[in-house]
Design a protein around this ligand. Structure first.
Ligand code: GLC
Length: 422
């Protein structure tokens, strides 16, 4: 690739963000995902901030406009109706100030807020002052309602952002989606059904949404009645990292951060309860059955992003990346559940690569970090700004012109990315 091609890729990425901008918030991609998604938004903010810091902050402020009274920040905000998506606002029955879903998503917003602040501290200070109590309340909600032995649990597969990963297979088998009723999927009318979750999974997703709604999203009732409760590496590692970044922002604001520091200690201990010694990897743990998922996933490799060093994870990483042209696959290619094109059961995701790469870099594993950045940049250059990719062939999969892939390009993979932290 010659140097002259670079500005063109940057320009394409910026055009994708602008094209997906709906005014104050960005859709992940037109058609398939027509609303504001929680962690997609944090990535979008990061991407925008590389050329328009103010627009980056707007994205995060709009996300927090949907925060519930109990501190939860929903995984989808339905700012404007769109019949092309299921399950929509009427199915979820969210109870916050903006029509929304009833579950959350990996809390990466504080980490990207810190990064955006670093890009322009003067412009960022008043925004960070406004956002700090909101982020604190969100993180507190996780600490209050979602811990199991200090690890963070999900109550729906969509909450982890890794919808149909084999990590949930055991817990999903424990659900009998009786009375799920009729519904029409919309996702499979936008992209190839072979790349999407199956009907078996979808019945259970919808059943869990109906349960939450019936319980009016009361966390105490869900804790008692929801059969799906899985301690998850995605949530645990991203929250641990986000607490560290929030504490840093709090210190800048001269806030008392002792509560956040205490939470960090709890989460550090909790992360170790995700260590599956037999598998020699961080793993998901089904809280209801006590069973391990037995999955080395791309979320297992978020340990470094959370500031956790573990030589056994380096060995896992080297083993898995050595068999993929374009790592990091969402599931171990040596597993019989690996499926290179089906969503979170094998494909490579740019956002996960960025988080893993940032973690590797921060932990001083610099060569691995640089190799991952380079292979991800090659992947996007050769196969486009797709939602996700086949880790062996590189083929683009899912939706096209994807916001977070464009953002990852601008913030992390592009040779012209802003230098400094991250
Ligand atoms: C899918 C992904 C999830 C993402 C959403 C919007 O549901 O699994 O992580 O937030 O799409 O891009």
């Amino acid at each position: 690739m010659n140097a002259q091609a670079m500005p063109d890729m940057d320009e394409q990425a910026r055009a994708i963000l602008r094209g997906n901008d709906r005014g104050g918030y960005t859709v992940p991609t037109a058609g398939l995902y027509p609303y504001q998604w929680n962690w997609d938004s944090a990535f979008a903010a990061w991407g925008f901030a590389t050329f328009d810091v103010e627009r980056g902050w707007d994205e995060i402020e709009t996300l927090f406009s949907g925060q519930w009274g109990n501190g939860m920040v929903p995984h989808i905000l339905f700012h404007r109706p769109d019949p092309g998506y299921f399950p929509g606002p009427e199915v979820w029955g969210g109870i916050g100030p903006v029509a929304s879903s009833g579950i959350s998503q990996p809390p990466v917003a504080a980490s990207f807020a810190r990064r955006i602040y670093d890009l322009d501290p003067e412009a960022g200070l008043p925004v960070v002052a406004r956002l700090f109590p909101k982020m604190l309340a969100w993180h507190r909600w996780f600490m209050e309602w979602r811990l199991d032995q200090g690890a963070v649990c999900i109550t729906h597969p969509w909450e982890a952002g890794r919808d149909n990963t084999p990590d949930w297979d055991g817990a999903m088998a424990g659900i009998d989606p009786i009375d799920v009723g009729d519904y029409t999927r919309r996702d499979t009318s936008h992209v190839d059904p072979e790349m999407r979750p199956t009907k078996y999974d979808y019945d259970r997703y919808v059943w869990l949404v109906r349960l939450g709604r019936r319980l009016n999203w009361d966390e105490a009732a869900l804790l008692e009645q929801n059969p799906f409760r899985v301690a998850d590496p995605t949530m645990t590692f991203t929250l641990l990292r986000a607490q560290r970044d929030l504490a840093a922002l709090g210190r800048i604001l001269k806030e008392d951060v002792s509560e956040i520091e205490a939470a960090i200690a709890v989460l550090e201990a909790g992360a170790e309860t995700l260590w599956n010694a037999e598998l020699a990897s961080y793993d998901a743990r089904d809280v209801r059955s006590g069973q391990w998922a037995n999955c080395v996933s791309n979320a297992s490799f978020l340990c470094w992003y959370a500031g956790i060093q573990n030589p056994a994870m380096e060995a896992q990483y080297d083993r898995i990346t050595s068999v993929c042209t374009y790592p990091v696959p969402s599931h171990d290619p040596s597993s019989d559940r690996f499926d290179p094109k089906r969503y979170w059961r094998g494909p490579t995701w740019g956002i996960m690569n960025a988080l893993i790469g940032i973690g590797l870099q921060d932990c001083g594993l610099v060569e691995r970090a640089e190799n991952l950045r380079t292979s991800t940049a090659d992947l996007i250059r050769e196969y486009g700004f797709a939602e996700y990719f086949d880790p062996i062939s590189g083929d683009a999969a899912g939706g096209g012109t994807f916001t977070w892939t464009a953002a990852v390009w601008l913030g992390w993979a592009s040779p012209s990315r802003p230098k400094g932290a991250f």
